[in-house]
Design a protein around this ligand. Structure first.
Ligand code: SF4
Ligand code: MG
Length: 321
């Protein structure tokens, strides 16, 4: 099976500027040469502590950020080589939803207009068909056509996320980047939104990249999980293997900090790792995790371990067995 999305050696560096002439004195390597593939119909979880580069990865995939280097290949097309026009067309297939849908919904517009907007912008429907599609999508995400005349502030957080999902879904996309879509929601609402995403995936054959800092939601929704640390991927494996047989010490520590989930998934976003995360502006030499790794050996301070393996990939000189 061919991947729907291939990320190849993706890098996103931000210049660090100092002084009145804004001299560039270094770079924050937010994403530092990552590669992974996502297959049609699957959910790839992308986890790591805040600042590890997962959101930047998501934004680079949909081209909200321009990568510094590397390729994003979507439906066999290298996004870097597309003209503006070609990219516009492809954008309908490639959508992103955010942690806080409120910030991406214009507060002065009614829900009906907010949902019609993408259809009009991409010239996908007109007149009564727009109306029909908007009504339909509202129903699909668990709202009703009577919500159309309301404004974003009249909705709860969970409902707003449903509107955010509807806005992405109305374009009939193939891939949706979900950037912490439930992190800001009440725990009691999180499961509902996750279940909605799962149902939609089945119904519309969607592929997800699901970004989260905690493992709870990711465990529930992902087929495979990619773990990032300081701009690099440290492990990629099927969800079950990540949880039952983690091979990277960092993954293992994330898991041990992951509280046993109760049926209501309380406290599940907590991640505690000993020591501070080093700055991505000045990552440790060799394996970037060596400053916090209980298994570090001298070679770890010198050589960066490559991401190795096939179905279960790990970047460690001494992977756990
Ligand atoms: Fe720990 Fe060394 Fe593996 Fe890095 S390479 S995770 S420091 S054992
Ligand atoms: Mg983020």
């Amino acid at each position: 099976q061919k991947p729907l999305l291939e990320v190849v050696n993706l890098k996103k560096y931000y210049p660090i500027k100092k002084g009145i002439i804004s001299k560039t004195v270094g770079h924050v390597k937010a994403v530092d040469g990552i590669s992974f593939s996502v297959y049609p119909g699957e959910t790839m979880g992308l986890v790591g502590e805040s600042g590890c580069g997962k959101s930047t990865t998501g934004r680079s995939i949909v081209r909200l950020d321009d990568p510094t280097d590397g390729d994003v290949i979507f439906q066999n097309k290298n996004l870097a080589n597309l003209s503006k026009n070609e990219m516009r067309k492809l954008r309908t297939d490639l959508q992103i939803i955010f942690q806080d849908p409120y910030s991406s919904l214009n507060p002065r517009k009614r829900i009906g207009d907010l949902l019609a907007e993408p259809l009009r912008a991409h010239k996908l429907a007109e007149g009564e068909e727009i109306e029909r599609k908007v009504n339909n999508i509202l129903e699909i995400v668990g709202l009703t056509k009577y919500h159309k005349s309301r404004y974003p502030h009249e909705f709860s957080g969970g409902q707003r996320q449903r509107i955010g999902i509807a806005r992405a879904l109305i374009l009939n996309p193939k891939l949706i980047i979900c950037d912490e879509p439930v992190s800001a929601l009440d725990v009691s609402i999180q499961a509902q939104v996750l279940n909605l995403l799962k149902d939609l995936q089945k119904e519309f054959n969607l592929t997800y990249v699901f970004i989260a800092h905690g493992l709870g939601a990711v465990k529930y929704i992902s087929d495979r999980i990619t773990v990032m640390y300081l701009g690099k991927i440290v492990e990629i494996a099927p969800t079950e293997e990540i949880f039952n047989q983690p091979r990277h010490p960092y993954t293992k520590i994330l898991l041990s900090a992951y509280p046993v989930p109760n049926p209501h998934m309380r406290n599940r976003e907590q991640i505690v790792v000993e020591g501070d995360v080093p700055s991505p502006a000045n990552p440790p030499k060799g394996c970037a995790f060596h400053t916090r790794c209980p298994f570090a050996q001298p070679i770890c301070r010198e050589k960066t371990p490559p991401l190795d393996g096939e179905n279960h990939q790990v970047a460690c000189h001494f992977p756990l067995t």
